[in-house]
Design a protein around this ligand. Structure first.
Ligand SMILES: N[C@@H](CCC(=O)N[C@@H](CS)C(=O)NCC(=O)O)C(=O)O
Length: 350
């Protein structure tokens, strides 16, 4: 595993001054806006948010968008650890030239940038945040418990929520449908979701009932008295439901046993959020010191998504969890992209 890049804190050349700005085009639904507002520290106002902030090579820059459930998972982890971070808003559909410049081809959200290290995928991001900021641990629940919740949430709960929301409980346009169809390699079809509403509704109630039962033992959180990755793996799905137009929220509200847990999760917040523009995030990458040795084997990594282009560069490190590839391009200089080992295939070109 490559050592994290740590720029000397007292090196003035490693810091850049940026104006912190908010996303003026507020397209998030009302609940999304409320969620984002909760990310602000109590007492902070627009004027304070627009003050000139210093973003250095150690800054946590989360490439995200506000109504992205997987970004919400990471925002919760940042909150749980009480971290300060910068949100760099990216488009929710292709093209995403600035993100692709950083990742070499990975187009999903969230992506965490720390200087010139680029971490793709929420699981890899959780691991890296835990490694760099071990206390309080988000894995007090145990890694196996966290992974079990992740598998269940990603494979059962999330597809059910997507089906219900995109059956007409969320505004989508043709461009979004075309983008998600290309990503999946099969039609993203609101009509098919509509036809499945009865079975999706049954499934959602079953899933939510399981969560209620888990909380019936009196624990404040899913795996005990402390919030952990088990909660983070699930909670963003309920937040996603509440961003919808109301029909799926009405189903969620039939499970009052979840309300107190939702309130406890919301109270964790998102840490201390600032905003950073895309050009400034790219500049942070360009100015970052290069920590990995240049000159590993030439490789390309093909992400499993249907329409992703191969990520080509030099292999820096590889283990069961991640593949790290050194990339070079004029927009970002030299960066190391860390990809989940199980989300694609590595090809050696030499
Ligand atoms: N396995 C990925 C899934 C991430 C994901 O699918 N994110 C959604 C947004 S919440 C996405 O990227 N959708 C396509 C897009 O935004 O371009 C992770 O855990 O990070």
């Amino acid at each position: 595993m490559p050592a994290p890049r740590v720029a000397p804190q007292d090196d003035p050349g490693s810091a850049s001054a940026f104006t912190v700005h908010t996303d003026e085009q507020d397209r998030a639904p009302r609940e999304g806006r409320a969620l984002r507002d909760r990310a602000l520290r109590p007492g902070r106002n627009q004027a304070e948010r627009e003050q000139v902030m210093t973003v250095d090579q150690n800054a946590l820059i989360l490439h995200q968008y506000d109504i992205s459930p997987y970004s919400e998972k990471i925002r919760g982890a940042l909150g749980l650890k009480g971290l300060t971070w910068w949100a760099c808003n990216q488009p929710s559909i292709m093209p995403k030239p600035d993100l692709i410049a950083l990742t070499g081809g990975y187009r999903r959200i969230p992506v965490l940038q720390i200087g010139g290290d680029i971490y793709c995928d929420s699981e890899l991001i959780l691991d890296e945040i835990e490694r760099r900021f071990p206390a309080p641990s988000i894995f007090a629940c145990g890694r196996a418990t966290a992974e079990t919740y992740r598998l269940w949430a990603d494979e059962k709960l999330f597809p059910t929520v997507v089906g219900l929301l995109f059956s007409g409980d969320w505004d989508v346009n043709e461009a979004f449908i075309a983008d998600r169809s290309a990503l999946r390699g099969r039609p993203f079809d609101p009509e098919a979701f509509r036809a499945a509403i009865p079975s999706l509704t049954d499934a959602l109630h079953r899933h939510l009932r399981l969560l209620e039962m888990q909380l019936e033992n009196g624990n404040a959180f899913l795996a005990g008295e402390q919030p952990s990755a088990a909660d983070l793996q699930v909670f963003h799905n309920l937040v996603f439901i509440r961003w919808g137009k109301g029909r799926t929220t009405a189903l969620l509200d039939q499970h009052p046993g979840l309300r107190a847990w939702e309130a406890r999760m919301r109270a964790i917040g998102h840490g201390i959020r600032h905003d950073i523009g895309k050009d400034d995030a790219l500049r942070v990458a360009r100015e970052a010191p290069i920590s990995a040795a240049v000159g590993g084997a030439r490789v390309s990594y093909q992400i499993n998504d249907a329409n992703s282009s191969p990520i080509a560069g030099r292999l820096v490190a590889e283990d069961a969890q991640r593949v790290s590839i050194l990339l070079e391009n004029p927009c970002v200089g030299t960066v190391v992209v860390h990809l989940p080992a199980t989300s694609g295939r590595l090809h050696r070109l030499d």
